[in-house]
Design a protein around this ligand. Sequence first.
Ligand code: C2O
Ligand code: CU
Ligand code: CU
Length: 489
Amino acid sequence: MTGGFSRRDALILGGAGVAVTVAGCTGFFVNQRATSPPSRSTASGNELAEPPELHSVNGVLSVVLESSPQRVPLAGREVNALSYNGGVPGPTLRIRAGDTLRVSLRNNLGAPSNLHVHGLHVSPEGNSDNIFVTVASGETFDYRYDVPVDHPPGVYWYHPHHHGLVADQVFGGLYGAIIVEDVEPIPAANDRVLVISDISFTSAGNIAQASTMEQMVGREGDFVLVNGQLTPTMSARPGERERWRIVNACVSRYLRLRLDNQQLTLLGIDSGRFETPREFDEVLLAPGNRADVFVTAQEGTSTLRALPYDRGSLDGMMMGGLNSSDTNDLVLATLTATGDTVTAAAPISRQRSQRDLRGAPLTAQRELVFDMQMGHGAGIGGMSPTINGSEFDVDRTDTTVQFNSVEEWLLTNISSQDHPLHLHVWPMQIVEQAGRPVDTLLWQDVVNIPARSSTRVRIAFDNFSGRTVYHCHILDHEDNGMMGVIDTR
Ligand code: C2O
Ligand code: CU
Ligand code: CU
């Protein structure tokens, strides 16, 4: 192993080093905030429920996804949210490399929408992962995704991508997981999907609107939910190995996840996978990132927590630097292991090694500069999230790339806030962070660019051509212009 991660190192991916200081957290949690006394009595502590699962059969999965406003139980109360097929999250789609996934999207939201399969390496054109499609309310659109036979296994997700409405529709409850199964299954006593999202309600039980200020920073919900639940519980027997597929479906919130007193093994982030899975204590997921984790249960009760992460603040504005970071731990879920100890599962076998672009000849080098510009047109409150000085324009192609080439992109963030860059279709290999070369193989589809810092990535534009986008996955920034069009041909 070249990474130099040792057992007790904090494994921080996609960001510069974060000082790990663990706030003490005591007692039990009725309320979510670990350091405040229990006050609101919201139903919590129920057994974790998982979204319904739909599996492909004989190489095909055909599903109908109906998006509509629904009254659903969320955070232990009945609220008016947005849902796919009546639930939040929507169903989990389980497919295999080589499959055809067909999704018939029925939009009953009363607003335009569409569908994006985040992280899947599929065509961005026609009725595949084409985010330029608009599905008007009352209409149905039939998507068809042909998943390549060598598609990497892992956890992906789906959500709407209609420009200008993405943050509101995701915040309202429209998201679900996609699993591309392992060719050789990795034994686990339990294979769980944990979709983490955040949301705020009005007293009438409607989804809260985000103010201009909240959109500038990137809205963070009052409640952080796992599969729509507030602090659900999980149970296991000591020694059992569980697999947790964790999705950060929050609009803007970074999740610095920790689960103390358990043995944690990280298989990978996004479509990236380590050849040798590694033990870790902590993992940082920017909005849109996923983690594929094994938990070998140790006797007792542990809490899955999100620790504070400082993603910067807006400076120069009259509110004098509105800070976006929470200062307390959040309790997301608990795991209790009791009963007879189960004999340990066999070690996880070596995973297929991934391509390394560090030695690859480059066709082009580019720089993308991320900024929050003052007094720049129609942005939020006189401030515009931009890439290379421009706001998103669907009719402009910002980046033209040669099919089958390898490019190196320097991602430079000159603003005082982090921006997580997401590129559709083609994953990115992170080769340098804050001026330091990355000495492990790191492939992700969302790459954090910390405030006033640069990150260098390499991308192989192979297998698919077409026009699609890259954008900040703080969805309020995306909706307000921090997005560019890329055309590979
Ligand atoms: Cu998860 Cu372009 O989005
Ligand atoms: Cu995406
Ligand atoms: Cu951003």
